[in-house]
Design a protein. Sequence first.
Lengths: 108, 117
Amino acid sequence: GQNIDQPTEMTATEGAIVQINCTYQTSGFNGLFWYQQHAGEAPTFLSYNVLDGLEEKGRFSSFLSRSKGYSYLLLKELQMKDSASYLCAVTGYSTLTFGKGTMLLVSP
Amino acid sequence: GAVVSQHPSWVICKSGTSVKIECRSLDFQATTMFWYRQFPKQSLMLMATSNEGSKATYEQGVEKDKFLINHASLTLSTLTVTSAHPEDSSFYICSARIGLSMGNEQFFGPGTRLTVL
């Protein structure tokens, strides 16, 4: 089976940097996704990591360590619109399993 | 990017009725489509995986006779909630994947909010 842990909630201020961690245990690993989900909307793709290391895409970066079963999503220059739930999802042999999500609240 | 639509976006029905939700990939052919359910403040829970032209694969605990999935073409999958009850009220989201690799991104539909009275 698969088990994914991430913090329930985080708060940060506009312009700051925040790191959202995700740890996982999985039988079979084919990559890790990060998605952003605003309330009442479907998730939108942010990043995909399958090899160890850091992937940078604009204000968002994602890191993966397969040996540690660990990933993080780094958000820089936070904006109010970044307030959302951030979902860590791991692909196993056949399906994508989501964590419970981290609700990020960005304040002025 | 690839676009996935769902219809309806929300539906309210009486207990005991059946509700059909459509999921369409608008500008690509989806090898595989997935159906998820999300309760308030919970994560997305995979209900079933469907490949065009074959029977859906249901996750443990999901009743296949209650949640009927039809994947008649590479651009359309439907989920029918039969004899809906209030506990079926949830946010239903479909996604579509272009390739067979698990590394291929899933594109999500906007979701359907189902409320059963």
